[in-house]
Design a binder for this molecule. Structure first.
Ligand code: UD1
Length: 430
């Protein structure tokens, strides 16, 4: 359970590093797939059953937001199946406090506009990894006919009816692509989104929407077409495995050595990560149909990498790779092209003895032989898990504070790592 000090949850991992990982682990459903799918449920007045729900804080917050809007939320299968029914949807305003907790609540704009013709929410603002504008979301919704008003930090959008249009995204934003797709489902006519993002989670959203009776084509390519429909049906859907969790475990095996089998994975979704890990020579990987065999081979060699939209190397794996490169042989150059402030792991890794210099969008990581144990603080989700990887690979006792960030996106990380033989504890939870 969460230990609370005032309003702030103070949680930490205590990690005794230097142990190889070995065994089998099952990857959970994808966080970035389930959040838009949960939002899409408000489009229909019928029951939506979602399997393989990851038990994450972000999912719990999204469920709370939906409950506030009048959606009936039922959970079964120990939290792994969600039953959402928006028949009684009766509100169009997303509470500011919850909006602040997860940026993904912005996904509700499109579906609420589609279903109720109105939505009001606070501006999600910046976050730890950059300013993260929503201009493309708003441009898309306004192109479909929504009248937008931004005042005192609130956004109100009204659209008695939405009409399909051709929309060009200046950059392939994942969230904007999903938001516009969802708004277009009940619009009149056809919406065409050009320069759409191609992430697998967008394909999962398309599959969910189509199962519900929508007509969406092209997800996974750079043009998505949505033909508006008048009504939707009950739906049952299984969320795809989390490719970032999959790749995070692969980096952990590369960093610590050992032999691990990852189950419930889609190998094709982690090809960029696997190619980069093979380049470090630290990992041998065998791809099965729905499993991956990974064996830690040797000390990593330095590699250069650049984050890019899918199918390029994911920004959500960049901090973990930085942790791996910190002990590589040679100097790695990491270039971040998606977010402007995503090198926060560097400051904390330096506390452990890493030699990392950040210059704008690039980080120069001079590999050291080994890191030293320290007390570090997770600045955000992926940065936090990067510190866990560094700690697992470092002899001695490292404390990672601020792990509530990690709980947002990794289901029972310590339980999964313990099952692989890691010595990781969350004091107070035993
Ligand atoms: C999603 C993922 C997140 C991942 C990111 C990039 C979810 C829930 N989250 O976030 O884990 O790191 O994709 O792969 O799926 N931008 C604009 N204007 C906009 C929208 C975005 O300028 O209207 C910019 C952002 O500031 C950022 C870049 O585009 O620099 C990418 O953002 P986007 O693809 O929208 O990421 P998210 O959907 O927020």
């Amino acid at each position: 359970m969460h230990r609370r000090l005032g309003v702030q949850t103070v949680e930490r991992y205590v990690i005794q590093g230097g142990k190889r990982l070995s065994g089998k682990v099952r990857v959970s459903g994808a966080k970035n797939a389930i959040l838009p799918v949960m939002a899409a449920c408000v489009l229909s007045g019928h029951e939506c059953v979602i399997h393989e729900a990851p038990r994450l804080r972000d999912v719990a917050v999204m469920a709370e937001i939906l409950t506030n809007l009048g959606v009936r939320v039922r959970i079964s299968d120990e939290g792994r199946t969600l039953h959402l029914n928006a028949e009684g949807l009766n509100a169009f305003e997303i509470p500011t406090s919850l909006m602040r907790e997860i940026r993904s609540s912005i996904f509700l704009m499109g579906p609420l506009l589609g279903r109720l013709g109105r939505v009001r929410c606070s501006h999600p603002g910046g976050c730890a990894i950059g300013s993260r504008d929503i201009d493309l979301h708003l441009m898309g919704l306004s192109a479909l006919g929504a009248r937008l008003e931004e005042k005192f930090g609130y956004i109100t959008a009204d659209a008695p009816s939405l009409r399909g249009r051709e929309i060009y995204l200046d950059l392939p934003s994942v969230g904007a692509t999903e938001n516009i797709m969802m708004a277009a489902v009940l619009a009149e006519g056809t919406t065409v989104i050009r320069n759409a993002a191609k992430e697998p989670e967008i394909v999962d959203l398309q599959n969910f929407l189509n199962r519900m009776g929508a007509r969406v084509r092209g997800a996974g390519l750079d043009t998505v077409r949505v033909e508006g429909v008048a009504k939707l049906n009950p739906v049952e859907h299984t969320i795809i495995p989390d490719r970032i969790e999959t790749a995070t475990f692969l980096v952990a095996v590369a960093a610590t050595g050992g032999e691990v089998v990852l189950e419930n994975v889609i190998p094709e979704h982690v090809e960029a990560a696997v190619a980069k890990l093979r380049e470090t020579k630290a990992l041998e990987v065998e791809m099965g149909h729905d499993r991956i065999f990974a064996r830690g081979a040797r000390r990593p060699q330095a590699v250069d990498l650049k984050t890019l939209p899918y199918p390029g190397f994911p920004t959500d794996l960049q901090p973990q790779m930085m942790a791996l490169c910190a002990t590589a042989e040679g100097t790695s150059i990491i270039t971040e092209t998606i977010f402007e402030n995503r090198f926060k792991a560097a400051d904390e890794l330096r506390r452990m003895g890493a030699d990392i210099k950040v210059d704008g969008r690039s980080a120069v990581v001079k590999g050291v032989k080994a890191l030293s144990p320290a007390t570090v603080e997770a600045p955000a989700l992926r940065e936090g898990v990067a510190l866990v990887i560094a700690a697992l690979a470092t002899e001695g006792r490292t404390v990672v504070d601020g792990i509530q960030h990690i709980d947002r996106g990794y289901e029972e990380l310590e339980v999964k790592l313990q099952s692989l033989g890691a010595d990781i504890r969350r004091p107070g939870s035993e």
